[in-house]
Design a protein around this ligand. Structure first.
Ligand code: P6P
Length: 340
């Protein structure tokens, strides 16, 4: 009989990894797990309930908000508000950060930055979507936490994770001591440890990029794509192209099988499309903890200066040797122009 370890049991077991923590981070991760189960229930019946289609509002990116991403945002904010461990929530769906001021959050010391439902444009066509979260400890030691507590470099994260609502629902997270994956067992309503100590293969044969923008890519990216497509048995090329259009799903596949995901700068997105604070930084933390690499083509994602909440970045993330090859092409054909 296989011993089932739930997310809650695992978190408590790993509590010892944080000698100074008094259980707050553990409780925060538990709160996120609870919200993920609630969102999962609605995602799984999105086609039935009246939560498909546009909510009529738009987020700061000017993107139409589908009802499910508004619902997911509300669920995560509510769980974090009532959990008492979080003093600020920053969300893709909200222009400004949300201070959590409630009796239970008086001495809360954690900041949560999240994309509550990434890839939501895929909801109506039943393609995997995901939640991405990033957790920081507040820097300020007294008074109310401010935006400065949110705008921390990625290497200051204390935890990061994602939920993928796919053929099964999984929660994958790291606290800086490796990456572990939990699959939701609907029959008991628990996330159960299914992928202990996840490691991304050093090499892979999957490249993931929206080639529709090829003509707008930097020359280094064009050269890397051609490198992926050239026949060379010794290096298992041509690689396979896979692009789901949902960052969590594309990166999760590469974490398991090996591969590289690239969203570079393009003519239409001079700083890239994906957001540094609640997409690139958490995914970079996870992939580095699993033995992979994540950069903007030149610098480690986790070392990039964070200046604005909805700041965008290019991202090259995945198997170590594939990211290194892509960075070589960038250095050679699209050398970084340092701003004077
Ligand atoms: P494009 C989804 O909208 C998202 O934010 C990511 O999940 C995904 O990787 C990317 O945008 C897809 O963007 O321009 O290829 O449609």
């Amino acid at each position: 009989m296989k011993i089932v370890k739930t997310l809650g049991q695992f978190i408590i077991e790993k509590q010892a990894d944080f000698p100074y923590a008094k259980g707050e981070l553990s409780r925060l991760l538990r709160d996120i797990g609870i919200a993920a189960k609630i969102v999962n229930r609605e995602v799984n019946k999105a086609g039935l309930a009246d939560i498909l289609g546009e909510a009529g509002t738009t987020n700061i990116q000017g993107e139409g908000q589908k009802k499910l991403d508004v619902y997911a945002n509300e669920q995560f904010i509510s769980a974090l508000k009532h959990g008492g461990e979080c003093c600020i929530v920053a969300s893709e769906e909200n222009d400004e950060y949300i201070p959590i001021e409630s009796d239970v959050s008086i001495d809360a010391k954690y900041i949560v930055a999240m994309d509550p439902l990434d890839g939501s444009s895929n909801i109506d066509v039943n393609v995997a979507v995901g939640t991405i979260f990033s957790i920081y400890r507040r820097k300020s030691t007294n008074g109310k936490a401010t935006i400065d507590d949110v705008l921390q470099n990625g290497n200051e994260q204390v935890a990061a994770g994602y939920v993928i609502y796919g053929s099964s629902t999984m929660l994958v997270y790291t606290t800086g001591k490796g990456v572990n994956g939990f699959t939701l067992d609907p029959s008991i309503g628990e996330f159960c440890l299914s992928h202990p100590d996840m490691k991304i293969p050093k090499d892979g044969t999957i490249y993931s990029i929206n080639e529709g923008y090829y003509s707008h890519f930097p020359d280094g990216v064009k050269k890397y794509i051609k490198y992926c497509q050239v026949e060379d048995k010794k290096t298992n090329r041509p690689y396979t192209s896979r692009y789901i259009g949902s960052m969590v799903a594309d990166i999760h596949r590469n974490l398991i099988k090996g591969g590289i995901f690239i969203y570079p700068v393009t003519a239409g997105a001079a700083n890239g499309k994906l957001r540094l604070v609640y997409e690139c930084n958490p995914m970079a933390f996870i992939i580095e903890q699993a033995g992979g690499l994540a950069s903007n083509g030149y610098q480690r994602i986790l070392e990039l200066d964070v200046k604005e909440l909805h700041q965008r970045s290019a991202i090259f993330i995945g198997s170590e040797n594939m990211v290194k090859k892509a960075e070589e092409m960038m250095a050679c054909f699209s050398p970084q122009v340092t701003k004077k």
